[in-house]
Ligand binder design. Sequence first.
Ligand SMILES: Nc1ncnc2c1ncn2[C@@H]1O[C@H](COP(=O)(O)OP(=O)(O)O)[C@@H](O)[C@H]1O
Ligand SMILES: [Mg+2]
Length: 231
Amino acid sequence: MGAEPFFRMQDIDKDYIMADEPVHVLKRISLTLEEGEFLSVLGPSGSGKTTLMNIIGCLDTPTAGRYTLRGREMETLDERELAGVRSREIGFIFQNSQLLPRLTACKNVELPLIYAGVGHRERRRRAEAILERVGLADRMDHLPSQLSGGQQQRVAIARALVGNPSILLADEPTGALDQRTGQQIMELFRELNAEHRTIIMITHDTNIAAHARRVVHIIDGEITEGGTAHA
Ligand SMILES: Nc1ncnc2c1ncn2[C@@H]1O[C@H](COP(=O)(O)OP(=O)(O)O)[C@@H](O)[C@H]1O
Ligand SMILES: [Mg+2]
């Protein structure tokens, strides 16, 4: 693969048109990442974090700029190919765990594998293994309503990991949790990173960002520090 880094954004812009006027939400974002990094993108509300996450996760496309993942140029992919990149390469974690309320923890974790066509026994085996990894061996058959907020977020982390994605992409993963539970989730992220999981975590909380091995700041749509430290 030569010199091309695992993840590279070059001069990414995102504009929204509001009342016929373009609003520049992301301004020439450049960022590179190697596999195994734990990066936090820290910025205040409205700075463009979720917009950036949506582009990283191929849920949205930039107005300008170049984004490559494992050497693949995202702007050359059609909607179907982008959906493939999303499901294979990205494990999403959101502020609210977004579990399906009528499915057990295990079934929630199995869901991405159902879409990937993995057979019943193998699904169950993999879901159980990853739920054990996040500390929920004794909660497999609980419904989300029977779990604490921190446990629900662990199920969401297991669901994000079960397909073995290239990047764990988290948007304010502790935003709905009390401080102590949030710290425990950060401990889990650190352990996962020590096991070579690549993590990109978006947050407005300095204490949470400090758990990452590398922090970049986003302010008013611009990355202001360290964005190309590995370039
Ligand atoms: N779909 C959209 N249309 C127009 N403006 C948007 C849209 N999404 C986000 N914005 C604007 O982009 C800016 C950044 O939003 P966002 O990425 O959600 O920030 P953050 O996640 O850092 O709070 C905000 O000013 C927001 O109003
Ligand atoms: Mg946001």
